[in-house]
Design a protein around this ligand. Structure first.
Ligand code: NAD
Length: 490
């Protein structure tokens, strides 16, 4: 079976595939076998300039296009993304190693939902009229920012690209997107879908490369906004370099989110929640609830059910429809996660299941890690404090509501949080006190497009999804209109 998915060229600028073969060559590898999926050239400074210049030219006419027309194009692109779902799923699986049973239903689907939603929003944008007195009033205009630079992480490649493209384009911005160097392929497919839908050339561009290409985008004089999905250290660098020219910034960063299971929770639903919060996408999800606090009364029943269901998770060939969990994206991520597993053992946590790196027949070069559960984790352990970004769940005990809230909040992160309880009042009371931007009561990790997504504290700035995203991809102009005389004191 071939795992090759070589694109025509590396970059997509001004509605066309382009390349500059003098750019540094890098390969994207299939994480299950380490075979080459595609060979790509990083953007040279000339390619970065070319992409940003084409976005700058295209943006003016795009912003002047009627909102309904912009919306129609995004909605049409959503249809095309859905039509190409199976092809996109395969590419995402080859690039990330995520099980095809996930990528078939999540990745392109989420991208299409976003394009559709913001297409509809574009068609329904309205401004405010503000009465002042009989002789004057004011109104607002929501204007695009201009050229947006988007920089993506590798865990949900087409989703990340679309979550940035859809609100940007709906509001009349143009975008230059750089996917993660680990997953360069699906953003190019998104560009093809947008062009086929009728998006004018230059409004959405894709360039490839590593950190330095991203860094060039964040300092470019013709970029008005930078939107990054990535780690906190990268977020800090992006914000610092964007600050030099006061660019707008959206940062979707990492997390170490708490999931609190109260004694009165529905046992099976709570176990399902903990599994969704930790093992989907081989644990490589920013909002994962990796700190699972379990109240003492339900602890034994919860833990044994959780371990039983976790042991049954099927690792294997990511392209096989019955595989539930694929490998880690890379050898590097595999080593990072294994180091954390070693740290957990050294610092005295109890390994309940997993922790191993199985060698699967036919996939000996794959970076597989078993879904892992540690019990008796204490708040000061390394695995309790740092983002692992792998399939490692930590269990903590608690008795008392006030103390668990304090412990849940005792972190620099604030991306997500969850509570399982049948007591409605308690669910709302506890969620209201958790310091996190994206929260769930009696579920976890669901991110419908109509609901804002983003982090508190070090987990980020700004919101994606929902109408709240509009505020981060536009600027408001107020217009004061005088209809009477002008009273001047001098
Ligand atoms: P990363 O920070 O290593 O890289 C993210 C992107 O930034 C890549 O495209 C990379 O090339 C680019 N980059 C690196 N250095 C740069 C620089 N100096 N200037 C500009 N761009 C630069 O992150 P990753 O390993 O790709 O992704 C994993 C991280 O992303 C985790 O921390 C995870 O929690 C986070 N994440 C957050 C969300 C969210 O929505 N909050 C979603 C997915 C992943």
């Amino acid at each position: 079976m071939t795992v090759s998915a070589q694109p025509k060229t590396s970059h997509y600028i001004n509605g066309q595939y382009v390349d500059d073969t003098s750019g540094e060559e890098f390969k994207t590898l299939y994480p299950a076998t380490s075979e080459t999926v595609a060979t790509i050239h990083a953007a040279t400074p000339a390619i970065v300039d070319q992409a940003i210049a084409s976005a700058k030219v295209a943006q003016k006419a795009w912003a002047a296009t009627p909102n309904v027309e912009r919306g129609r194009i995004l909605i049409k692109a959503a249809e095309i993304v859905r039509r190409r779902n199976d092809e996109i799923a395969r590419i995402e699986t080859l690039d990330t190693g995520k099980a095809i049973q996930e990528t078939l239903v999540v990745d392109a689907n989420s991208a299409a939902d976003n394009l559709e939603y913001f297409g509809q929003v574009a068609a329904t944008l309205i401004n405010e009229q503000i009465p002042i007195d009989g002789n004057c009033f004011a109104y607002t205009l929501r204007e695009p920012l201009g050229v947006v630079a988007g920089i993506g992480a590798w865990n949900y490649p087409i989703q990340v690209a679309s979550w940035k493209a859809a609100p940007s384009l709906a509001l009349g911005n143009a975008l230059v997107f750089k996917p993660s160097e680990m997953t360069p392929l699906s953003a190019l497919i998104l560009a093809e879908c947008l062009t086929e839908a009728g998006l004018p050339d230059g409004v959405f561009n894709v360039i490839q490369g590593m950190g330095p290409v991203g860094a060039q985008m964040t300092t470019h004089k013709d970029v008005d906004k930078v939107t990054l999905t990535g780690s906190i250290p990268t977020g800090a660098k992006v914000m610092a370099s964007a600050a030099e020219s006061l660019k707008h910034v959206t940062l979707e960063l990492g997390g170490k989110s708490p999931l609190i299971i109260f004694d009165d929770a529905d046992l099976d639903n709570a176990v399902s929640g903990a599994i969704l919060a930790n093992f989907y996408s081989t644990g490589q999800v920013c909002s994962n609830g990796t700190r699972v606090f379990v109240q003492n009364g339900i602890r034994e029943a919860f833990t044994s059910r959780l371990v039983e269901r976790t042991k049954a998770i099927k690792l294997g060939d990511p392209l096989a429809p019955d595989t539930q969990m694929g490998p880690m994206i890379s050898k590097r991520q595999f080593d990072i996660v294994n180091n954390y597993i070693d740290k957990g053992k050294e610092e005295g946590a109890t390994l309940l299941t997993g922790g191993g790196s199985p060698s699967l027949q036919g996939f000996e070069q794959g970076h597989y890690i078993e879904p892992t559960i540690f019990d008796n984790v204490t708040d000061d352990m390394t695995i309790a404090r740092e983002e692992i970004f792998g399939p490692v769940l930590s269990l903590f005990n608690f008795d008392n509501e006030a103390s668990v809230i304090e412990r849940a909040n005792d972190t620099e992160f604030g991306l997500a949080a969850g509570v399982f309880t049948k007591d409605i009042a308690k669910g709302h009371r506890v969620i209201a006190q958790l310091q996190a931007g994206t929260t769930w009561i009696n579920n976890f990790n669901l991110t419908p497009v109509g609901v804002p997504f983003g982090g508190f504290k070090m987990s980020g700035i700004g919101r994606e999804n929902s109408r709240h995203a509009l505020d981060y991809y536009s600027q408001v102009k107020s217009v004061y209109v005088e209809m009477g005389g002008v009273d001047a004191p001098y």
